[in-house]
Design a protein around this ligand. Structure first.
Ligand code: SF4
Length: 95
């Protein structure tokens, strides 16, 4: 992962109209990361909280959906923040 100073330079390159100082950018980034973490809360209807999520990252297969009615079978989901109409909240035991 790039050092914060390098990330800040990249940010300024991608956002030339920004007036953020380095400290302001760090604060903005911290708030942004915190909001993402809050959105991963247990009540969110996202794949991360669904009992059908299959984490096959260790096998090099990424995140997959194991819902029996999904086609293709065990299809790769784009991220754990995705969702669908077949969401089923996982129980604490299966977490
Ligand atoms: S795609 Fe739907 S069923 Fe599959 S893990 Fe995500 S929310 Fe659950």
């Amino acid at each position: 992962m790039a050092k914060p100073e390098s990330q800040y330079k990249s940010f300024l390159k991608e956002n030339p109209d920004s007036n953020f100082t380095f400290d302001e950018w760090k604060s903005w980034l911290g708030n942004k990361i915190a909001s993402v973490i809050v959105n991963l809360g247990e009540d969110q209807k996202i794949c991360h909280n669904c009992k059908h999520l299959l984490s096959m990252i260790a096998l090099g297969q990424g995140l997959r959906c194991g819902h029996p009615n999904k086609t293709p079978k065990n299809y790769m989901i784009p991220s754990k923040w995705s969702t669908c109409e077949m969401f089923v909240k996982k129980s604490k035991k299966s977490a």
